[in-house]
Design a protein around this ligand. Sequence first.
Ligand code: SAM
Length: 244
Amino acid sequence: MHGFAPVGVGCYGARAMPASATADYAARWGYRTLDARRYERRRYGGWIRRLNLRRLEKTLARALSGVAPGALVLDVPCGTGILAPFLAGRGFRVVGTDLSPAMLAVAHEGTEALGHVQADLELPPYSPGTFGAVICTRFLMHLPAESRPRVLRTLAELARGPLVGTVCHPYTLKTFGRSVRRLLGRTAKRSPRLTRSALAAEVAAAGLRLERVIPVMPILSEVWVVVLSVPSGAQLAAPRGGPQ
Ligand SMILES: C[S@@+](CC[C@H](N)C(=O)[O-])C[C@H]1O[C@@H](n2cnc3c(N)ncnc32)[C@H](O)[C@@H]1O
């Protein structure tokens, strides 16, 4: 690691933590021992998924346009490090952080990141303002809604620049199709989705500013890339709906 040091790295069970300090959700545990290579193949293999990844990277590039090359960027949770080549390719110095040893083992095989840290993003081992930007993809919708403002604030505090995250919205053909199926009395999967006003309310509850909402592919993709910042000169408000 160059010019960067976490302030006390935690891992499973190694750190005493108050039970109420972190949320409980399936993704906290579900990635610990999985076949991370298989996860990566299923999520990003095949030409359609690769195309989706390229679209996501293009959108992230827009979201990060104000961050200077050379900035230290935290990719959290980094999973298998899928974004590291893209981030390093834009000149950022990347640090990956994830809770899962299985995911980190694959991430660590990549050479693009400065390093990887096993840690709980709800109790991050970094001082406030350590990073030029923080990237958080494919994670926020795993959280219980009431925990999101607290986690958003925690991540935003780590950056001097933006917190760039992905969330899922309902304004797609897929969601419309599911609603039609339900209207016809058929079963259709229900996935957590954030309307624009619900997103705004969560960001406000976190005491953050919603700078931009950029659709990855309007109508076709449920992914929005959101750019959040800590209001300048403002003391962060205590987020509602989570442990303080
Ligand atoms: C769906 S994967 C997304 C990984 C990566 N961002 C991507 O886009 O492929 C969710 C990741 O969140 C990690 N995770 C879940 N809870 C976490 C926590 N509290 N702290 C750090 N990582 C966590 C899991 O280990 C898993 O790697």
